[in-house]
Design a protein around this ligand. Structure first.
Ligand code: FES
Ligand code: FE
Length: 437
């Protein structure tokens, strides 16, 4: 397969296709590790997950095990979770608080700021390890935006803020939801799927599939008296009931649509949300508050950091490849700080019943993606997948596929060096009028 055959971006015929080999080839995965996961900004975690000195979380970031922690000086660090001696995992807990990380293999010990401080049998070394090794290694760059920490393994990478560019707006809409800030709820969804990681990226910003794949969820909710999602009637801040897609440089993209209902919300939950909206109106003006609470938004930040803000839940998700046909997925819930227990319970219930690996939405998505992956064995006969919906439209709707095309063009650029022009559908609607955040 030659590089130029990964995508077919035929502007004249409004046809966009992706070669199915990109979902099955080991060679392409190896190139993705090099060109994408070692050079793009990769999400690690949120500051609220490590509030105190010594707090840590361990996680795999695009295949690399890391310790995400706050050291004894209060500084946030990301260090590779591999002992300098002979490589064992230094920290084997998923989270906790530690001043020292001691390797279980031979006992080398490191401060939570990375320095090697104890080597058992040190007297046997002519060259003292603590003097030879500077300390635990980290990625070339660690930067944060609104409390979200990202790493980059490329020393020459542009700054995180430049990389996110205008798409930062969709992070602001989340981070500004409470004057006290936002926090990740303790507890994580972690599961693997037997499908290529790019299929779940597409699915995360795909408004087209909702009605068909998730119809049982919508029917059940409506039977229980909920407002049907994605059936708004009014234009909200210029966004029609059919919603809209938007694209940004560097492969970031969002789809937005008038906020879906609040399935099964109690009066107290509705009042909490209304109160948050009133506070946002006072702080930032009505238009921005409407963008925040009147629109639902699914965003992808290239390559695979997803922020989905529906009125009944706010989720972050990452997906990284294990092999061409297996992906590890992690999902977190965000809560605006200062909300009461009932609101948190409502969000947790929705997270479990909708997004959870045993919820009513995720298994349906996973089924579709795993079936697609299986069927890619027919790639020699069928060859290409189609992502053309809404191409050439003046105003792409939420159930069009602009978001995915924008993402694929960035993927293609990083993999081949070939820069395909965007469709010019970048749109940031409603700036805040004041900034006190
Ligand atoms: Fe860690 Fe030997 S591998 S002390
Ligand atoms: Fe879905």
């Amino acid at each position: 397969m030659t590089a130029s055959t990964y995508v077919n971006d035929d502007r004249q015929n409004h046809l966009f296709q992706v070669n199915r080999e990109v979902f099955t080839s080991q060679e392409i995965l190896e190139k993705e590790k090099q060109e994408i996961f070692s050079k793009a900004w990769i999400y690690v975690g949120h500051e609220s997950e490590i509030p105190n000195k010594g707090d840590f979380q361990t996680r795999d970031v695009a295949g690399r095990p890391v310790i995400f922690n706050r050291d004894r000086h209060g500084e946030v660090r990301v260090m590779l979770n591999s002992c300098l001696h002979r490589g064992a995992s230094l920290c084997r807990h998923s989270s906790g608080n530690a001043k020292i990380f001691t390797c279980f293999y031979h006992g080398w010990a490191y401060r939570n700021s990375g320095e090697l401080v104890n080597v058992p049998g040190n007297e046997d070394y002519k060259a003292e390890p603590a003097k030879v090794y500077e300390g635990l290694k980290g990625p070339a760059k660690v930067e944060s935006y609104r409390g979200l920490y990202f790493v980059n393994f490329d020393e020459d990478a542009e700054s995180l803020e430049d990389y996110l560019g205008e798409a930062k707006y969709f992070i602001d809409l989340v981070a500004d939801q409470s004057p006290e800030g936002i926090a990740i709820l303790e507890g994580t969804h972690k599961y693997s799927i037997k499908a290529n990681w790019k299929l779940l990226v597409e699915n995360s910003v795909d408004g087209y599939h909702a009605k068909s794949v998730h119809h049982t969820y919508f029917e059940m909710m409506m039977d229980l008296g909920a407002t049907p999602p994605m059936l708004g009637e009014e234009i909200v801040n210029g966004v029609a009931p059919s919603g809209m897609g938007t694209e940004f440089p560097n492969g970031h993209a969002t789809l937005m649509y008038p906020a879906n209902g609040l399935p099964l919300a109690t009066e107290s939950v509705k009042e909490t949300l209304a109160g948050m909206r009133r506070t946002a109106e006072e702080r930032f003006g009505e238009s921005y508050a409407t963008a925040m609470f009147g629109l639902s938004r699914n965003s992808v930040f290239f390559p695979s950091f997803i922020v989905i803000d529906l009125s009944f839940g706010l989720t972050l998700r990452t997906m990284y490849p294990i092999s061409p046909s297996e992906t590890i997925v992690t999902g977190w819930q965000i809560i605006p700080k200062g909300v009461d227990e009932e609101f948190i319970k409502y969000r947790v219930d929705n997270a479990l019943t909708f997004w959870g690996p045993a919820g009513l939405a995720t298994p349906d998505d996973v089924e579709a993606l795993e079936q697609a992956q299986k069927a890619f064995s027919t790639q020699a006969e069928i060859g290409w997948s189609d992502i053309s919906k809404g191409m050439g439209k003046q105003m792409p709707a939420a159930n069009d596929e602009l978001q995915m095309r924008a993402w694929w063009r960035e993927w293609n650029k990083r993999m081949t060096g070939e820069a395909l022009p965007s469709e010019g559908k970048s749109f940031v609607p409603f700036q805040k009028q004041t900034t006190d955040a």
